[in-house]
Write a protein that binds this ligand. Structure first.
Ligand code: GTP
Ligand code: MG
Length: 195
């Protein structure tokens, strides 16, 4: 699949701001700074569609993007950002729950993890949660340009083990810097939204 059009729709903090449930949605989840917004920009070939920054915690809302007029990619706010208050992190939890647990047109959540490290406790918790709601099965390992091929292979099996991925679960290394892994991911997304 090629993405030929992409459009920012809305930034939402509550359900009433979400777009209607007519189009299938694929959401990106992962810790703050893992590269969710960068990946979206790369997939859509638009450098500034989603805001990217050096400082974590950039995406604080649920951002909906219309892709090819046919489905949506949803950029979820990241977790694990140290500098958030307790009140803010509770707000994050409620926001995520209301989206992930009730959204009838949500097809799958792509979980992003940093390929350089073993998944954190929060990564594992998030993935378990997605598994519980039947939204798991596709994991992307970001920033593949930062380590050697050898290390990457080693870490991919570590990630598989740590998140307890099943044989059929997909784990794709990507690099937003080198623009690798995008076609594979687009194929997976195409398959998911055409079901
Ligand atoms: N080298 C390298 N850097 C990357 C890659 N992907 C993202 N980055 C960098 O990582 C930082 C965070 O990227 P974002 O895309 O903003 O991360 P995010 O997951 O959207 O973060 P939040 O919005 O805080 O949840 C930025 O400085 C990006 O340039 C990658 O594949 N390779
Ligand atoms: Mg972001």
């Amino acid at each position: 699949m090629k993405i030929t059009s992409s459009e920012f729709l809305v930034s939402a903090v509550s359900e009433k701001q979400y777009p209607d449930e007519t189009l299938p949605e694929i959401a990106f989840a992962g810790r703050s700074n893992v590269g969710k917004s960068s990946l979206l920009n790369l997939l859509t070939n638009r450098r500034k569609l989603a805001k990217v920054s050096q400082s974590p915690g950039k995406t604080r809302q649920i951002n909906f993007f219309l892709i090819n007029g046919a489905f949506r990619i949803v950029d979820l706010p990241g977790y694990g950002y140290a500098k958030v208050s307790k009140a803010e992190s509770e707000k994050w939890g409620r926001m995520m729950e209301s989206y992930l647990e009730k959204r009838s047109n949500l097809v799958k959540v792509v979980q992003l993890v940093d390929c350089r490290h073993e998944p954190s406790a929060q990564d594992r918790q998030m993935y378990d949660y997605l598994r519980y709601y039947g939204l798991s099965g596709v994991v992307v390992a970001t920033k593949a340009d930062k380590i050697s091929k050898n290390e990457l292979n080693k870490n991919l099996s570590l990630i598989r083990k740590s998140l307890q991925l099943e044989k059929d679960d997909i784990l794709l290394p990507v690099s937003a810097l080198n623009k690798t892994g995008m076609e594979e991911l687009l194929d997976v997304i195409e398959e998911l939204v055409s079901k």
